[in-house]
Design a protein around this ligand. Structure first.
Ligand SMILES: Cc1cc2nc3c(=O)[nH]c(=O)nc-3n(C[C@H](O)[C@H](O)[C@H](O)COP(=O)(O)OP(=O)(O)OC[C@H]3O[C@@H](n4cnc5c(N)ncnc54)[C@H](O)[C@@H]3O)c2cc1C
Length: 359
């Protein structure tokens, strides 16, 4: 298992845990957050099953939950802090080979599919894109977020080992899902970016953070206003600040409110070094070719910000239309993840786990 370490003695770093032990650098290796992410870390590493380890993302969601005085939670491990409720030994294996369709290959869909397969259901997962991961594919793009790609790989491996049939490039419809005669359907179809109805929103110079992160829109040498100072807005600002002059506009009094404080400080410092301006308490009211018009939330006072491109990072709303179609056509349908309530990977994984546990 290769782990990044601070140099000690004369070993070439990073080295493997085995090398540290064998060469006497240390007598044992202790893993902290990694064991919260996967309590089987040690056993899997010992057995050479590295790819099966659900690795810590370093997102500090665990510290955040403790800071909020909640029981500890983990983005990748839905059981942590709830082991007394969810013991895999108690998992009911009562699927009896009945067919379950899971629609959506993001974290919610993958988690639900694996658990249903472990329960003895015959699971088919429909994913309209050519790759699994859902929105995590975009979440992994900004600097320091590469561990999210690892999670996608690990979950893909879990799908394979659990025997889930994965259909990529396959948009699920009432017809093609109906054709496999499912006993039940788990909808994990995510959400779509929120685009407010304001003057100028349909202009050529407006795009979403998702379009930027996916590479569909490429911007350089521009003055950019990013609307929305949540995690997506801030991280997109970090990406765009490499080649552009960026201002983040946020309606609330503060930005990045779901981030753990140290992660937030690191990100804000990086943005400051990159020359990103952050405006809080400002609401977008209109977009024109070279300007965006803002209104102060506290006083309604108007102001104008020069910007030749506008990037929307205003959150996502559930893909309700498609969900309602499925719910009208089939008797046993449940929603998990962003289509249920847009939030974070942790929420999608936990909800998928909990609903699949009793599906
Ligand atoms: C830019 C961005 C960055 C983010 N960064 C983070 C982060 O750093 N940390 C974090 O915890 N959260 C982050 N989030 C939120 C997180 O990614 C989502 O909460 C999470 O991915 C939701 O999981 P999901 O499975 O519900 O949906 P999604 O991940 O959105 O997956 C839905 C899947 O369903 C598929 N689909 C939809 N309709 C159909 C259909 N008809 N047939 C077949 N397939 C279909 C889609 O192609 C997609 O793959 C970010 C979100 C965004 C937008």
């Amino acid at each position: 298992m290769s782990i990044p370490v601070i140099a000690v003695n004369n070993i070439k770093y990073p080295a493997t845990a085995e090398q540290y032990l064998e060469e006497g650098v240390c007598d044992f290796v202790a893993i902290g957050r990694g064991q919260l992410a996967d309590p089987q870390w040690g056993n899997k590493a010992r057995d050479g099953r590295d790819e099966e380890i659900r690795k810590c993302l370093g997102c500090m969601y665990c510290f955040n939950s403790l800071g909020l005085q909640r029981p500890i939670e983990c983005t990748v491990n839905p059981y942590v802090g709830r082991e007394y409720i969810f013991d895999e030994e108690d998992l009911k294996k009562d699927g009896d080979g009945r067919t379950v369709a899971v629609v959506g290959g993001g974290p919610g869909g993958m988690q639900a599919a694996v658990l249903c397969a472990k329960r003895g259901y015959k699971v088919t997962l429909f994913e309209q894109n050519g790759a699994l991961g859902g929105t995590m594919l975009l979440a992994a793009k900004p600097p320091h977020k590469e561990m999210i790609s690892q999670l996608i790989k690990t979950m893909e491996g879990e799908l394979g080992r659990a025997g889930v049939k994965v259909l990529l490039n396959t948009k699920a419809t009432v017809e093609n899902v109906g054709a496999i005669k499912p006993y039940g359907i788990i909808l994990a179809i995510g959400g779509s970016p929120i685009v407010p109805s304001i003057p100028g929103i349909d202009a050529q110079n407006v795009c979403t953070a998702e379009q930027v992160l996916s590479g569909e829109v490429s911007l350089s040498g521009r003055k950019i206003a990013i609307i929305g100072g949540g995690v997506t807005g801030l991280e997109t600002a970090e990406v765009l600040s490499q080649d552009n002059t960026v201002t983040v506009v946020e309606m609330k009094k503060d930005v990045g409110d779901t981030l753990y404080i140290t992660v937030k400080m690191l990100l804000l410092n990086a943005l400051k070094s990159a020359g990103v301006t952050i405006l809080t308490g400002q609401k977008l009211t209109e977009i024109r070719e070279r300007n965006v018009f803002l209104s102060a939330v506290s006083s309604n006072e108007s102001s104008v910000l020069e910007a030749d491109e506008v990037v929307l990072a205003m959150g996502v709303r559930p893909n309700r239309g498609l969900a309602e179609e499925f719910e009208a056509a089939f008797p046993h349908v449940t929603r998990v993840g962003d289509v249920s309530r847009p939030a974070q990977i942790a929420d999608a994984v936990r909800e998928a786990n909990d609903k699949a546990w009793i599906f």
